[in-house]
Design a protein around this ligand. Structure first.
Ligand code: ATP
Ligand code: MG
Length: 389
């Protein structure tokens, strides 16, 4: 059996909401651990996961994807006797030593004042026991390679390697948004960032079959599944945008094509969001990254929708976005070469600073409503990356 101690992050700031947040975190944690045989114990606002040895990989992977925890550590749990605690310090130190660690310090906390060693004595005696039993280790109080933590609470907890959690807020504490998910680098990151603020995710992908390939669609599914590992699944809606695109090609002024297509996507997405009860739209737009993302064109793009449009990447440059994409694991999929609908369709000289009134005028002449309605009617839905039953 392994035990993991989970430290809650921002949750500690939430005052009276704290209990509700904890309940959601608990539900998320259980959903992500489903099938592993792990059990969850909640005690004084601390989470403990107990799991069978053979589920180690699955459990650690789940904890590495769990939003709302500041840190987690594989922990030894002992009865509260000085002998048992010191013995665990030594075992922990031996394990660290075998992993190449050479310097350490002990940090101790005693909330149970009945325990005979206070935190100072715990540090001193723990350190002495380790030095005696693990000859290759040295104490370094300033820059230790590892910290052995000892906490004396209702039981004694001893752990030597604390891993950083993803922080953020538990998914489901901030309602649900609809992510406009393309096969690019940006939109999966945008979805992840909103999930990390507690938002559940639906996603919509506008597919331009047969101009875009089945691989392009599979790529978006894969991306949705990867984002879904953090957001407890993503419900992915695929809409065929081809008839809309063809109409724009026939009737729209060439420089306006991309902006008009974006307006149509936003309008379609908003209808889907309302049907699903999603509270906002989410895009991967970043200011001035491409012609369609100048502030003027963004204004045109969103001029038809009433729901808030969240753009968590708006102030980031491509390098920052790529760093995030790599960290969350979507980058390699995003750079697969299958073309997205917009790439095939981009005009050589797009409008750079569209006027919203003019955009609207062009848009209305396209009479897209029946085409978008058909696309919505024929939507295909699938669930990706689902942990929750
Ligand atoms: P990304 O890397 O997310 O594709 P991008 O830099 O390529 O973004 P654009 O192609 O201009 O930028 O798209 C801007 C945003 O519009 C995307 O981040 C995404 O939210 C949305 N979007 C673009 N194409 C599609 C599509 N085919 N289906 C759904 N949403 C899309
Ligand atoms: Mg794109």
């Amino acid at each position: 059996m392994n035990s993991y101690l989970l430290k809650l992050g921002e949750l500690t700031l939430k005052g009276e909401n704290r209990r509700a947040f904890e309940q959601i975190l608990k539900r998320n944690c259980l959903a992500m651990l489903q099938g592993s045989g792990a059990k969850l114990e909640l005690r004084h606002g601390r989470f403990l996961v107990h799991s069978p040895e053979e589920a180690t990989v699955q459990v650690e992977d789940a904890l590495a994807h769990l939003l709302g925890i500041a840190a987690w550590a594989k922990t030894r749990i002992q009865e509260k006797t000085p002998e048992a605690v010191l013995c665990s310090c030594v075992s922990e130190a031996q394990e660290l030593f075998s992993r190449g660690v050479r310097t350490f310090k002990i940090e101790a906390r005693r909330t149970d004042k009945a325990f005979p060693l206070d935190s100072y004595a715990l540090r001193r005696e723990g350190g002495a026991a380790v030095l005696r039993e693990v000859p290759g280790l040295r104490v370094d109080v300033h820059e230790p390679e590892a910290v052995i933590a000892v906490e004396i609470r209702e039981k004694a907890y001893i752990y030597g390697s604390c891993r950083k959690g993803l922080r953020g807020l538990p998914v489901g504490t901030a309602g649900r948004g609809l992510l406009l998910l393309s096969g690019g680098i940006d939109s999966p990151v945008a979805g992840y960032l909103m999930a990390s603020r507690g938002m559940g995710l639906d996603a919509v992908y506008f597919h331009a079959y047969p101009y875009t390939s089945e691989q392009a669609r599979q790529k978006v599914r894969d991306l949705a599944a990867q984002v879904g590992r953090y957001s407890l699944g993503v419900r992915l809606y695929t809409l065929n945008i081809t008839p809309v695109q063809q109409r724009i090609q026939e009737r729209g002024l060439e420089p306006w094509r991309t902006v008009l297509l974006r307006m149509a996507m936003m309008e379609g997405a908003e209808q889907l969001a309302r049907y699903r009860g999603d509270k906002c739209l989410i895009t991967g737009e970043s200011l001035s990254q491409v012609a369609s993302q100048t502030i003027e064109n963004i204004t045109c793009t969103e001029s038809l929708v009433k729901l808030p449009v969240l753009r968590p990447l708006i102030g980031m440059d491509k390098e920052q976005i790529i760093r995030l994409a790599k960290a969350m694991g979507t980058y390699e999929t995003s750079i697969l070469p299958y073309a997205d609908c917009c790439v095939l369709f981009s005009p050589p000289h797009p409008v750079l600073r569209g006027d919203p009134a003019e955009a609207r005028h062009h848009y209305e002449r396209l009479e897209l409503t029946p085409l978008m309605e058909a696309a919505l009617r024929e939507r295909v839905v699938e669930t990706c990356g689902l942990y929750r039953a």
